[in-house]
Design a binder for this molecule. Structure first.
Ligand SMILES: [Mg+2]
Length: 208
């Protein structure tokens, strides 16, 4: 029996890169939109004070046609350091990004350049799906090829597929998902220090 390579699946927006922070600056700069309160992901109408259709237009403009989409900053102050540490400690584990940021316009190139600039060339693969696609079939394909260590995401719709497939999950706690913390269904973590410890534990069976 062949032993499958271990893999960690990582979302990009609001996990590795601060997409909503970049988007907020963009709509303020070009559309004079002042955001209200905190964002609720995939339902940004209240945050941006505009219709659902307008939110989708603005997101497409930002992801597909702005250069600012390629200048997103790290999600927290630990993530770059911890990803480098994990990469160095686990050269045999595949670290694979699965993101639904879309491939139209400049989106694919800017995403890859952004990730290379912030993290260096440390990821084994960057899988970019369209915004209206589900991650489930990608998770299923990857689970055939790899021994999945864990899947990290902030969007609970994605994590529900992870749980359905019987895979380990990590949810980075954000204003848009924290309400579900009380359900006990998800492995919420506060920052990348906790996430990196969890990944190490899942790979090695012990904490560093
Ligand atoms: Mg995300």
């Amino acid at each position: 029996m062949t032993i499958k390579q271990k893999a960690v699946l990582i979302d990009c927006d609001e996990i590795l890169l601060n997409h909503l922070g970049g988007f907020k600056s963009y709509v303020e700069k070009y559309h004079n939109i002042k955001t209200q309160g905190i964002p609720v992901q995939y339902n940004l109408q209240e945050w941006l004070q505009c219709s659902r259709e307008r939110v989708m237009e603005l997101l497409e403009e930002f992801n597909f046609r702005s250069y600012e989409f390629g200048l997103l900053e790290p999600m927290d102050r630990y993530v770059v350091d911890r990803m480098h540490y994990l990469r160095a400690m686990h050269p045999d584990v595949a670290f694979i990004i699965v993101t639904k940021s879309g491939t139209f316009g400049h989106a694919e190139v800017l995403r890859k350049v952004n990730l290379h600039n912030v993290f260096g060339d440390i990821f084994d693969d960057i899988i970019i799906l369209e915004q209206n696609q589900s991650k489930k079939s990608t998770y299923m394909k990857l689970a055939v090829e790899y021994d999945i260590v864990t899947v990290i995401d902030d969007y609970l719709g994605n994590i529900d597929h992870v749980i359905e497939l019987g895979l380990d999950n990590v949810v980075l706690e954000c204003p848009h998902n924290v309400e579900a913390k009380g359900t006990g269904s998800y492995n919420f973590m506060k920052n990348w220090c906790e996430i990196a410890e969890h990944i190490t534990f899942k790979i090695d069976g012990c904490y560093w």
